[in-house]
Design a protein around this ligand. Structure first.
Ligand SMILES: [Zn+2]
Length: 344
């Protein structure tokens, strides 16, 4: 059995996946037609260019533009529900057994839905998909850097109703350059006081200082990306000493030019240094990648060994915000799979 067959056979987690970046292209196309949303092309094949990075991406702006249509089609209950269920169906087919879906609820209130209705729709899709496909999931709500502290606080207050009833954590996403972590300190103090886990996008686009700031000021227990930690020895040491997991998404980092190529990504060095690395997709559709593809890149371009693969998969379970009961199930499934594959 080769390494990729082992990857496929092992139960996996996905801890960093944006719902709006992970919609099936045919679903975006279908909803856009139904809702009379203008689309720049006629056929589905050509349409994929509008929502996926195919080949070279020239800028972060080009990457972010790919979210315009997804946000437009995610404004009604039935569409948000369908999109959630389809993502969970697609992941369960790749033997992902647990996912933390993340999204920014306020992006989906443009046609009259309240943030509560939006959240409840996604939670219903998650609950129904667990019954249908057996996949476990929790939700992370994203505060957006550019929207200001008051909006972030409002999001935390709304989410409080769903704490441990589907929502497990709060994230901070968006433009790192112009909006440093400290601007959202009050909101994350509040989230922490209510008992939310916190994970923050930091060090994705060059500013390594945001990594330690997010941990110290915003209570981050995990870091989204953290690509640029290598720029500063102290940051790497800090992550290692405090065992802060990194949510690594290599294809997204290649797309946004955070790294020049798969080969130059620091992920293997981080793993060798003893950092807690987890493997995730970020945006399945926009980055045109599956979780299986991500593992393939790690094996082909970074020289990941069987031991490395086993390590990052186990890290994914341990670093998740799953409940104790969910973790027990995940660990058992992982160990059962190892025995079946004669790896334990
Ligand atoms: Zn992200």
């Amino acid at each position: 059995m080769n390494l990729m067959e082992i990857v496929k056979a092992l139960p996996k987690t996905e801890l960093h996946c944006h719902l709006d970046g992970s919609i099936r292209p045919e679903t975006i196309f279908d909803i856009a037609e139904k809702e009379n949303i203008e689309i720049p092309t006629k056929g589905l094949l050509e349409f994929e260019k509008c929502v996926k990075i195919l080949g070279d991406c020239n800028s972060l702006k080009e990457y972010l533009d790919k979210f315009d249509l997804p946000i437009k089609v995610m404004q009604k209950h039935e569409h948000i529900y369908r999109i959630t269920c389809e993502l969970l169906e697609d992941l369960s087919k790749q033997n992902v057994r647990y996912i933390e879906i993340r999204f920014a609820p306020f992006f989906h209130t443009k046609q009259g839905m309240s943030a509560e209705e939006v959240i409840e729709t996604v939670l219903k899709g998650m609950k129904d998909s667990k019954k249908k496909y057996g996949i476990m999931s929790n939700l992370i709500v994203c505060a957006m850097r550019h929207e200001g502290s008051e909006t972030s606080k409002q999001l935390v207050e709304i989410s409080k109703r769903y704490l441990n009833r589907g929502i497990v954590a709060v994230d901070l996403a968006g433009n790192e350059h112009d909006f440093p972590p400290e601007l959202h300190k009050e909101a994350f103090d509040l989230a922490n006081s209510y008992g939310f886990h916190c994970t923050i996008h930091a060090g994705e686009t060059g500013i390594h200082e945001n990594i330690i700031k997010s941990i110290e000021l915003l209570h981050a227990e995990r870091i989204g990306h953290g690509v640029y930690a290598f720029k500063d020895e102290n940051t790497v040491k800090y992550l290692k000493d405090k065992k802060i997991p990194l949510e690594v998404c290599i294809t997204s980092n290649v797309n946004t030019k955070a790294v020049k190529s798969y080969n130059e990504h620091p992920v293997k060095n981080y793993l060798n240094e003893g950092l807690v690395v987890t493997i995730n997709t970020d945006n399945i559709t926009v980055s045109n990648v599956s979780i299986i593809d991500e593992y393939n890149y790690l094996i082909e371009e970074q020289g990941f060994t069987l031991q490395d693969i086993l390590k990052v998969i186990k890290n994914g379970i341990e670093a998740s915000f799953a409940s104790k009961e969910e973790k027990v199930i995940l660990i058992k499934e992982y160990e059962d799979a190892l025995r079946k594959l004669k790896l334990a």
